[in-house]
Design a protein around this ligand. Structure first.
Ligand code: NDP
Length: 466
């Protein structure tokens, strides 16, 4: 009896994904570098164990799979993936498929797909979101590579993926090569920004209005019933309302304020720069995490210059804060989808924009009610999400509140870099006459880079060159 699919790497994600696959009736072969982990995994699998075929030898693992073999890799991104492919290679036969489901950089996936074209076996890259819980019970999956491989594997992927309440599976093919991992990367960039904007609103309530964590949690729980309904708002409410079991005090107040990161937000920003597409909300969110990590610097800054933040007069206006966050969220996603649109054009991918929004509606960390409307809005392929009627309308109802909140924050010394970055981008987008005429004048002055004059053809230079 052979297994339908194999999986290498029984860490947090791999183990959960393997159980999910077995749970859907597939026979799955598993292999892990450290054999003891495989034994532990099978021992803990319970009745699902009858569909799990463990191997402690890589060759035996590959031989236990039905041909053409489908082998999922769930090992850390980077060198471990190349090493694992190299180890598998002698055991592979023509037509076999190696599927990297880790958080690969899309450029690595492009490279591996190109390298595999010279080989008899095939390579596919799938971005997986939703953390351990998602992997176990239904992740959101963004596939990239040869579409014929998607046809061969979509049965399993759509079976194990999250499902929207309308029944649509949150797994789709995004395009050739690294397209799936690219979309997953932008998902993570948006995730950073979504989290940062929520944290900025939390900061205004905590430091500007003196709200305690529990009260803030109640407000987020309330917002989770409205337009902001989303996994991140839901868990924000849960985190803020959780008491330290030892003291009964809010746990949140005791968590060290230095944010970690594994690099996918940074990749998004770097790739956005390569593409020349502005994603300032995400840039600000990554920079804020970097700044948070530098606690000693912040301590020195507060000691030297005094704390900037002071009380914002009057009590908080929850409805206004809610609308500000709605506007911020729209502007953030508008930037993220614009980046995807640009990547599609530059990299020759037919990225399915509405499908991307649909795949993000369940299973992944940024899942939210608003993505339903975004999916619908993106069907008409607007130049930018802000021009889709639904979101143009929502922005005109909410952007004044974002401006008021950002204005009060700045006036009272509260850092709101991502909320401001969204607003600043939107204000630029609405500025037919920008200030880049001066930039062009300066560039010509020092470097004779030339400029164009309104109503005249050709490149000109200013008289200053003499
Ligand atoms: P873990 O650290 O929990 O597990 C890593 C697994 O990879 C272990 O089974 C480990 O084996 C194996 N491994 C490590 N190095 C090598 C190597 N050089 N060669 C072969 N096997 C190796 O990681 P996660 O499960 O969290 O992450 C796996 C992938 O999934 C990563 O790319 C990650 O970015 C991605 N991901 C993680 C998410 C999360 O929420 N954790 C969410 C979405 C994606 P051993 O037991 O021998 O150490």
């Amino acid at each position: 009896q052979t297994a339908d699919i194999g999986l290498v790497g029984l860490g947090t994600m791999g183990a959960a994904l393997a159980l999910n696959i077995a749970d859907h009736g597939y026979r799955i072969a598993v292999f892990n570098r450290t054999a003891a982990r495989t034994t532990e995994f099978v021992a803990a699998a319970g009745p699902l164990g009858e569909r799990i075929f463990p191997s402690t030898d890589l060759g035996a693992f590959v031989r236990s799979l039905a041909r053409p073999r489908k082998i999922i890799l769930m090992v850390p991104a980077g060198q471990p993936v190349d090493d694992q492919i190299a180890a598998l290679e002698p055991h592979l036969e023509p037509g076999d498929i190696v599927i990297d489901c880790g958080n690969a950089n899309f450029a690595d996936t492009n490279r591996r797909a190109a390298e595999a074209e010279q080989k008899p076996w095939r390579f596919f890259g799938v971005g997986v979101s939703g953390g351990e819980e998602g992997a176990r019970h239904g992740p959101s999956m963004m596939a990239g590579g040869d579409p014929s491989i998607w046809e061969e594997t979509r049965g399993i992927f759509t079976a194990i993926a999250a499902r929207h309440t309308d029944g649509t599976p949150c797994a789709a093919w995004m395009g050739e090569g690294g397209a799936g991992h690219f979309v997953k990367m932008v998902h993570n960039g948006i995730e950073y920004a979504d989290m940062q904007m929520i944290a900025e609103i939390y900061g205004l309530l905590r430091d500007g209005h003196g709200w305690d964590a529990g009260r803030i949690g109640e407000l987020f729980a309330q917002w989770n019933e409205g337009q902001l309904k989303s996994y991140l708002v839901e868990i924000t409410a849960a985190v803020a309302r959780t008491a330290d079991p030892r003291t009964g005090e809010p746990l949140l107040d005791r968590i060290v304020d230095q944010a970690g990161q594994k690099g996918t937000g940074r990749w998004t920003v770097i790739e956005a720069q390569h593409l020349g597409t502005p994603v300032p909300v995400i840039e600000a969110a990554v920079a804020a995490r970097n700044m948070s990590a530098r606690m000693a610097l912040r301590e020195a800054g507060e000691a030297r210059f005094g704390r900037a933040a002071r009380a914002i007069g009057g009590d908080a206006d929850p409805a206004r804060l809610e609308r500000a966050l709605i506007a911020g969220k729209i502007l953030c996603y508008a930037q993220g989808f614009a980046m995807l649109r640009r990547a599609a054009a530059d990299y020759g991918w037919a990225l399915p924009m509405a499908e991307i929004a649909r795949v993000w509606r369940a299973g992944c960390i940024i899942r939210s009610a608003m993505l339903d409307d975004m999916a619908a809005a993106l069907e008409s392929d607007p130049e930018n999400l802000v021009f889709a009627d639904r979101f143009a309308g929502l922005l005109s109802e909410t952007v004044a509140d974002l401006r008021a909140i950002v204005g009060a924050a700045i006036a009272n010394g509260h850092p709101v870099p991502s909320l401001y970055a969204g607003l600043g981008w939107f204000d630029q987008l609405r500025q037919r006459r920008s200030t880049a005429n001066l930039i062009q004048g300066q560039r010509d002055y020092f470097g004779r880079h030339g400029f164009q004059l309104f109503g005249e053809d050709g490149e000109q230079h200013g008289p200053w060159a003499d």
